[in-house]
Design a protein around this ligand. Structure first.
Ligand code: NAD
Length: 308
């Protein structure tokens, strides 16, 4: 890939740019922010790590989207993060206008690009990006499920005393407190997780996963997580750029899948060169299906207050 635009040069955006470059996933990363000087300064600093980290990806910074003209992919991280006591949904009024203006610019300079949204409230910001760009559903996708699943996997690996690499899991639903970790699809190298972790511990891990973002917000005091979120966004970029056809939990536009339509919610997606190439519908227990629909309803409630 030649060019990726990363919009928002804050914690998530700058870390994403650095990870993209260190993996040499494209020839140029353009870091865009409204702050004067900041994206240029960060990009210069990051580019100067190239001779040490050994990458040839060029990182540039800009305030103007002209620098990202023709980019094949955008990763949107612009917007306010949470502060202690806030839910992701509390960010909606501040971030709708930001993601709206970002999407208008993307549409202008790169009408054929694939957009990975990270800004919160995630599922609703995906909706804003899709509506404003007018891009087909395959080309607008949100990062949240990989992060929620990574948190779940990390906690499980710890409890089971096994490598994180061997934990397979999937957290579906909206990126909020109603997310749905699928215990029945969670395993250690194919062996059911229940062989390794008892019911009580599993329940505690599900609870900690649901509050995983909030736990970090509270500890940081200002701002929210960015190392794991940027890793999640870059894993999606990697799957798309290399046409890997990976099955990853991503926020995707539903048109009847899982009994829901006209909203973004986290579901298992096949990611390849065309973006979201397929939504995989897995069998869910009655409780899981009900929890997923409830999570979708929570997303809809916030969507309903958005005026585009
Ligand atoms: P941050 O405050 O460090 O950075 C946000 C950046 O966006 C700032 O530099 C700001 O100047 C910039 N910005 C604001 N308006 C802009 C615009 N119109 N155009 C371009 N840039 C603009 O915040 P952060 O920690 O990087 O988080 C960014 C967003 O990502 C937040 O909304 C946060 O809630 C979200 N987030 C999502 C997930 C997820 O799982 N989806 C995880 C972590 C953070």
């Amino acid at each position: 890939m030649k060019k990726i635009g990363v919009v928002g040069g804050g914690h998530v955006g700058a870390t994403t740019a650095q990870r993209l470059a260190e993996k040499e996933l494209c020839e140029e990363v353009v870091l865009i922010d409204i702050l004067e000087g900041v994206p240029m300064g960060k990009a210069l600093d990051q580019w100067q790590s190239a001779p040490v980290e050994l990458f040839d990806t060029r990182i540039t910074g800009a305030n103007d989207y002209a620098a990202a003209e023709g980019a094949e992919m955008f990763i949107v991280t612009a917007g306010k993060p949470r502060t202690p006591g806030m839910s992701r949904d509390d960010l909606v009024s501040a971030n709708v206008n930001i993601v709206k203006s970002v999407s208008e610019q993307i549409k202008k300079v790169a009408p054929d690009s694939i957009v990975i949204v990270v800004s919160n409230p995630l599922d609703v910001m995906c909706y804003v990006a899709k509506e404003v760009t007018g891009f087909p559903k395959e080309r607008v996708v949100g990062m949240a499920g990989i992060l929620d699943t990574a948190r779940f996997r990390a906690f499980l690996a710890d409890a089971a005393d096994v490598s994180v690499e061997d934990i397979q899991a999937m957290v579906l639903g909206g990126h909020g407190d109603s997310m749905v970790p699928l215990i029945s699809y969670t395993n250690v190298s194919g062996i059911p997780i229940t062989k390794f972790v008892g019911a009580e511990d599993l329940e505690a891990i599900v609870k900690r996963t649901r509050g995983g973002g909030g736990e970090i917000v509270k500890l940081l005091g200002t701002g929210s997580a960015y190392y794991a979120p940027s890793a999640g966004a870059v894993q999606m970029a990697d799957a798309i750029i290399k046409n890997k056809k990976r099955i990853l939990p991503c926020s995707s536009w539903l048109e009847g899948e899982y009994g829901m339509k006209d909203l973004f919610v986290g579901v298992p997606c096949k990611l390849g060169e065309n973006g979201v190439e397929k939504i995989i519908e897995v069998d869910l227990s009655t409780d899981e299906q009900a929890a997923l629909v409830k999570s979708g309803e929570a997303v809809k409630e916030v969507m309903d207050i958005v005026n585009l």
